[in-house]
Write a protein that binds this ligand. Sequence first.
Ligand code: SF4
Length: 698
Amino acid sequence: MKKYFLIIFGCQMNIADAERIATILRDLNYEKASKMQDADLIVVVACSVRQSAVDRIFGLIPKFKKNKVKTILTGCVLDFDKKKVEGKFDHILDIKDLNNWHKILSEKDLCYPKDYLNIYPERRFNFIANIPISNGCENFCTYCAVPYTRGPLKCRDYREIIKEVKEAVLKGAKEIWLLGQNVNDYNSDGVDFPDLLKMVNNIQGKFWIRFTSPHPKNFSQKLIDVMIESEKYGPYLNLPIQSGSDGVLKRMNRPYTYEKYKGLFLRIKKSFKEKRGEDIFISTDVIVGFSGETDKEFKETERAFKELKFDMAYINQFSTRPGTYALLKMEDDVPKKEKKVRDKKLNQILEKYVSAKNKKYVGRVLDVLVLEKNNDFYTGKSWDYKTVKFKSNKKDLVGQFVKIKIKKAFNFGLEGELVKLIVLLGPTASGKTDMAIELAKDFNAEIISADSRLIYKKMDIGTAKPKDFKGIKHHLIDIINPEDEYNVALFKRDAQKAINDILKKGKTPFLVGGTGLYISAIVNNIDFPEIKPDLKLRKELEKKSDEELFEIYKGLDKEGAEIIDKKNKRRLIRAIEVAQTRNFFKDTKNEPEFDILELGIEVQKEELKKRIEKRVDEMVKEGLEREVKSLSEKAPILETIGYREWKEYNDLREIIERIKINTFKFAKRQMTWFKRDKNIKWIKNYPEAKKEIKKFSK
Ligand code: SF4
């Protein structure tokens, strides 16, 4: 099999192009080479936007000759630069003709969409999807080569974009980047950029949305509102200022003033703070030493940096590009040395403010998408686009969301560690509640209940709800009415929220319970697709007996069948509904977001049986019958152990006996489930648990 190697220069748009080239090459039976020396075909996706990138292409050419490979030059290249390398590459191909490349590279008869952007990409990493929404630009900023390399603006059909996002999310994309030279110019059949952003946000799945780049000249209030309302939009924005001087902006053909930019910048910051309760991270692009930039004009940019205190800035020293207005009609008259000085000055201002802001992050917990691993360190970007590194001995966290507690701040980055989560689990009546309360006192913790029955209000006796929390805050107890539906996906959402709240207080989260599926949702970080009730399916399943339903469920989810209550019809129907959909969404388990210590309470069977019997007798004495009768007949919980027996049997002694037998059987099923998890450390008592937690917390 022949091999190809891609060399990519420039921005994310070129990465998106390269991923489409990879699709064509895959279809032509090429496989990816891990290094250039092994390749039969090298494709350079070039960038003419900056002279430095062009120089690097020239630097590559002698290496190709040594390898005697076939070479292609493509990408964002000016005709001027193409002419300079004529004869040095086997082919110089226009990226927009990608759907016809196969005719040049092989005899194979293939067919691709006319618009090359609609060729489904072979992504470098499944967890990041760079999705172009348009190509080209008609803004003609006087310094910019893009209108000449990519041509006039062409917006991609919004349906194609939505299709691509959905496919990317199904394949595991955690970060969706919507790309365009000016996203604010986007329009496809009346769908503008805010409409598109809203549509992407409505796509099911756990992923973050980012976009780049918007032009300040047409940044609408509608877009600000949609950014704020879109819960998947991470609060990060690159808003290119280019200069803080109105004179320079005019010469750049950027139709806004500094005051207008500042107004927009402050409005976005204020709106996020007020309406979303969080800061938005705003970076910028700026050019120093543009044609005729005087000291006074540069000072205006310095003032802008001091006033706006950007979270990051990409500072470029002006270089003319062939074909641009700036080259034809203006002079590159600021000496190189002076450009360097100005670059340095802006960097110093930036560094001062960014490092001060970074210091405030110490002690905070951030959600981070892990992007890479180098030696011992993982590096990623936080929800608000901060660069975060951390050490971990976990094998592969790349492409995962994790929670990081920040320990150190640097000028342009942060360092932290995985947040620690303690899980205390065990079968019913194993003594989790009391032990968890004592441990929570020792370790300044709050407890999140992982018990599928404690969530119900008015159900205190039959669920053995703790009577005295002894001053320890408990979460996810008494949160819904007995008639309401609840499921594991909602639990995961609520538990994550509770964990975040606990962490914000600087406390330790303890996850405590006996519902295996709830614990697994957090420990195995399972992505649950939002599964709406399928009324037709439910109607069909209603006709079946409990035994038949159980058999169907077992065929779909063997693991779940070991723990499910075989006589709870409502649960069985919902489990089938979920399992059918989940089979479609394969590989839902992920690496955990936390550093987790799982402690299981081990109790001998005989002892457990005794405790269960004692507990059931106490429940009856406390008024379990009265509690059962006070509940609406529609309450789903009436189908669970301790409640349903009152409907199934008439004799009080038999009811009590049945509750005891069913509870003990349930406890055995819980143990079967837990024993499969090899990460659980089994402890017998409170001192053992305390010792393990101490060791783990070091
Ligand atoms: S908006 Fe200006 S800087 Fe951006 S791509 Fe278009 S011409 Fe270039």
